[in-house]
Design a protein around this ligand. Sequence first.
Ligand SMILES: [Zn+2]
Ligand SMILES: [Zn+2]
Length: 269
Amino acid sequence: MITRSPSDCSSKAPSVSHDYMLETSDEYPNGDVTHIRHVSKSLSDTDARSIGWTMVGYGHSTHKTRKVFNRSCLGVYQCPMCNYTERPQVPDRRSKHALPKPTETACTMHRSALEHVPCLATLMVIHDKEAGTVHLMHKGLHNHAIPHPIRGNIDGKKQLEAQVKTAPEVHPKQLLIGSMTRESASNIHAAYANLDRLSYERKKILKGTSIGTTLSAITAFKEQEGITMISSSSISNQDGHISFQTNFMKEQAAMAKTCMKSDSVHGFV
Ligand SMILES: [Zn+2]
Ligand SMILES: [Zn+2]
C-alpha cells in the first residue's frame, strides 16, 4: 500500500522563511509554482508576458502556436545599511544567471555603494496566442527586496484604462493626485507614482481609442473658439456617451417660450 504524506504534494509552495519571503502572485511569482494568465488579444505581448521581478531573457523557441521564453532573475541592488534599492539593468551579454550591469548609484542617505543581491530564480513563459493563455512556470525563491516597479500589472492597467477612457480630459498630474471620485493613480499601482510613466501610459490608452482623437480635435476647437460645447462625456466601452450643448443651445432650452422647455417639462424630450 502506498501512503502519501502531505509533504509529497509537488504543488505545495516551499516553506522557507526569510525576511524577503514574498507570497507568490501573478505579478511576483515566487517558489516552484505555475501561474496561468488568460490574456485578451488587445493586450500587448510585452504586457501579457511581463512580471514584476527584473529578469534577463536568455533563450526562446516556438512550438506551433506557442512561444516559449526563458528568463532568470537579476536580483536587486541594495544599500548594505538600509532598504534603499535600485532596479538592476539587463546586461548586454544575455545568459542564464547573468549578472546585471554594474551600478554607480550610492544610497541617498548613507552614501554607501549599493551591493548586488544575487538570485537564482528562473521563469519559463509560455505564451499561446491561439488559446489566449500565458503560463508562468517559476522555479526558485527570491530572497531579496522587490525592485522598484517600472510598469503596472495587468489589473492596474485595466483600472487606469477605465479612468482615462471615462475622463480623457484629466491630465496626468490630476490622475496622480486623484479626487473624491477618482482613486489616485499611484494607489492603482506603484509604477504610476512616476509621472513620466503615467503620462506615457495615458497617451498610449488615448491613442488606442479612436474616439479619443475625435475628442481631442473637439477640445482643441473649444479652446480656440473659447466656447463650451461638451457638457459631459464618457467614452468607456460599455456606457459611452458625449453630450454636446453650446451656450446658444442652453439659452434656447432655458427660454420659457420655446416648445423645447414645455416638452421637456411634460416629459417629451
Ligand atoms: Zn542606505
Ligand atoms: Zn530574484
